[in-house]
Structures are given as structure tokens and as C-alpha cells.
Design a protein. Structure first.
Length: 398
């Protein structure tokens, strides 16, 4: 493990003690690459937490130039976070006035709910969960508020788009305020039935601390964070840190309900993987019953080792499409979800990841005929050869 990564892990802990202080001092005394540390802190979304600890828990240890740089990054992040939070509050007000139920679950909502300070978490956009039936109305309301959709879809095209996709992007102010309206947490090929969470039927959402932003109950939020991390192959340390901090802050978590939800959604292994990574990297105290659950599935530790090798290795490992699919296969515990993975992924590529705006509605079906040609051009036979070499018995994520 590179010393910069080790310092980042220790330096972003929630409440580092005397032993952490001594180890940070040793690493800094031995010499590190300041630019590399700053780059990693930004890449993994931990720069605000690292600065907080450098100021409070490691006062006088960090070199002045490094400390000043982290402070500057913190102030830039604070300004952006406050601006996005203000935009979120206005969006929620506008959507509510238009009769659209909306629930943010990352960005300012997660930062305020878990960390108690929107400036302690790095985020660049706003993720807002809405009901599928409200997508077109929400989009039109956002346009009325000055936002521009990334895909200029007619209402006919939008019906197909919402069937095969899980979100639509909008932005304003030259892209500095970006919003993702989501009607599912992950793409359809992930087979995560968000309806099973009962988010819209279970009454009022919880509110965050300072800004009173509606957000998911902690049990649902924990599961959603684990699923989201798996969808993006746990590419950033902040995702594991979010889970660790949520567990620390919400001591009364209903673990029985969490386990029941994860099994009902076919996401038990994803939940266990997220908990294992959080425990290994940032050390929250998990109940004995949960530790037993993690140990009962040997795939969890194998997957966790592969993820940590990517996150903590000297060189960042790039993941091909084939290896990504292998990971998705192995992170699912139910046979029907595994078997449906390829067909749903293919359909998502065919109908989801594209913008048919240049075509009028009467030529809309032509886009479906042209789409396979563009997919072949993008992925080509190289991916097929790689798939044959890798095979489903790849040991990196079994």
C-alpha cells in the first residue's frame, strides 16, 4: 500500500485517536508526495474529511504547504456544496408545487443526514429520486425552472427512454448545477426492484439535520448505498466511508429489517460486500449477528479482496466491460438475477444508452435499426475476444 493511501485512510477516520496521530506523524516524517496525496483525496472524495482531521485531530503535524492546500480545497468544496444545496431546496420546492414527490438520497441529503455538515462530503451533482409516473412532469417542471435536459426527447421518445433507463440528466448555469432525476437507483439490468423499498407508500421521509431535506430512512439508505457502490465497482473510498459513518451515527439501526429488505430485493450479497468493505477500510463496529452473516458467504471476502486490490494497489486497475460483467454476475446471489443480467444489459445498450433527438417521431423506429451498428463500432470484436479469454471462471471476482 502506498504511504499516501495509508495516510488518506487514517486521516479520514471519523474520530482518529492517539495511535492514528502517531502513525500519521510517522508517515509524514518519512516523506510523501504531497501532490499525490491531494490527487488521491480528491479522486476518492475524502479531501474535506482529511482537512477536518488535519485541523482538529492532527493539528501541527501536517506540513504548512500541504495543510494550506487542503484548506483551499475545503473552501472551494464548501462553496460548491452550499450552492448545490441552495439549488436543491429550490428544486424540491418547485417539484412539490407541481405535485411531484421527490426524495434526494445522495449529495447534500447524504452529507447533512450522515455527516451533519454538507461541506464534509464532496459532491458535484444532485441525485433526486422520483416516481416513474412523474418523470415527464418533473422534467417539464425542471425546464420551467431554467434547467436544460441532456437529451432533447419528445414525449413519445421519453416513454421508451424511461422504460429502459433509470435517470435523466439536466443542468443549468453552464453546467455548474447538474441534476439527475432518477426513477430507479440503478439501471434495469441490475434487477434491483426499488418498489420493494416502499419509499412512496411508507409515509413521510425522514429529514436531515440542518437543511431539513427529505431523505431515505437509514435502513433503506444503507442498502441503497451498498447497491450503488456495487454498480460502480466501489471505485471511490468515500462510498465505503459513507456506510461506515452511517452505521456509527445511527446506532439504533434495525438490522433485522435491513437483512429482510436485502433478501427481498435479491441484494443480500451486495449489502454484505458493502459492510465488509466499510469494516475493513474504516472500522465501524458491526453487531456479532451481522459479522456471522458476512462470514457465511465466502464470495463476500473474495469480492472484497478484489475491490481492495483495485482501491489500495500501487497502480489503479482498469476494468474492462467483460470483467465488469463478471463482477456483476458474482455479486448476485439469486440465479434468476444472474440469468437475466445479460439479456437486460443487452436491451439496455440497445434501447437505453443513446439520444434519438435528431430523428422526428415518425422515423423513431429507424433508430432501433441503426443502434446495433453503433454498438458494434463501439465495442467491436476485441471485446468478444477478451470475453473468450477471460471466461466465467475468472478468479478475480468469483
Amino acid at each position: 500500500m502506498k504511504p499516501e493511501i495509508e495516510l488518506l485512510l487514517i486521516g479520514s477516520q471519523s474520530s482518529p485517536g492517539a495511535s492514528a496521530r502517531r502513525r500519521v506523524a510517522e508517515i509524514l516524517a518519512a516523506g510523501i508526495d504531497h501532490q499525490e496525496l491531494s490527487s488521491l483525496a480528491l479522486q476518492h472524495g475524502l479531501a474535506p474529511l482529511l482537512y477536518r482531521n488535519a485541523r482538529i485531530h492532527f493539528a501541527g503535524i501536517f506540513p504548512a504547504d500541504l495543510y494550506d492546500h487542503l484548506r483551499a480545497l475545503y473552501h472551494v468544496n464548501s462553496a460548491r456544496c452550499l450552492r448545490l444545496t441552495s439549488a436543491l431546496l429550490k428544486i424540491l420546492e418547485g417539484l412539490e408545487a407541481g405535485g411531484v414527490k421527490a426524495m434526494p438520497y445522495k449529495g447534500p441529503a447524504l452529507a447533512d443526514f450522515v455527516y451533519g455538515n454538507v461541506a464534509l462530503r464532496h459532491f458535484n451533482d444532485l441525485d433526486i429520486l422520483i416516481r416513474r409516473c412523474d418523470v415527464l412532469r418533473a422534467r417539464d417542471l425542471m425546464v420551467a425552472m431554467g434547467y436544460r435536459p441532456e437529451k432533447a426527447l419528445s414525449r413519445t421518445q421519453a416513454v421508451t427512454f424511461t422504460r429502459w433507463n433509470s435517470e435523466i440528466g439536466l443542468s443549468r448555469d453552464s453546467g455548474t448545477i447538474a441534476v439527475e432525476l432518477q426513477w430507479n437507483i440503478v439501471p434495469g439490468y441490475f434487477s434491483f426492484p426499488v418498489e420493494r423499498l416502499g419509499l412512496w407508500e411508507n409515509g413521510q421521509a425522514l429529514r436531515t439535520r440542518d437543511f431539513r431535506i427529505p431523505t431515505l430512512p437509514p435502513e433503506e439508505l444503507l442498502l441503497v448505498l451498498c447497491v450503488h457502490g456495487c454498480k460502480d465497482l466501489w471505485g471511490r473510498l468515500i462510498w465505503a466511508h459513507d456506510i461506515a459513518e452511517l452505521i456509527r451515527q445511527k446506532e439504533d439501526l434495525d438490522w433485522t429489517r435491513i437483512m429482510k429488505l436485502s433478501r427481498a430485493c435479491g441484494s443480500h450479497r451486495m449489502l454484505c460486500l458493502g459492510l465488509r468493505l466499510a469494516e475493513d477500510l474504516f472500522g465501524p463496529v458491526l453487531p456479532g449477528l451481522i459479522l456471522t452473516e458476512l462470514d457465511e458467504d465466502p464470495s463476500v471476502d473474495r469480492l472484497a479482496r478484489w475491490i481492495k486490490s483495485r482501491l489500495l494497489g500501487v497502480h489503479r486497475i482498469q476494468v474492462s466491460l467483460v470483467k465488469e460483467m463478471v463482477f456483476y454476475w458474482n455479486v448476485r446471489e439469486r440465479r434468476q438475477d444472474r440469468l437475466g443480467l445479460f439479456g437486460k444489459y443487452a436491451m439496455n445498450l440497445l434501447f437505453g444508452d443513446w439520444n434519438p433527438a435528431p430523428l422526428p417521431d415518425y422515423l423513431f423506429p429507424v433508430a432501433y435499426l441503426l443502434r446495433p451498428v453503433t454498438l458494434i463500432a463501439r465495442y467491436g470484436e476485441g471485446t468478444l475476444r477478451q470475453f473468450c479469454r477471460t471466461g466465467w471462471n475468472s478468479r478475480h471476482a468469483d
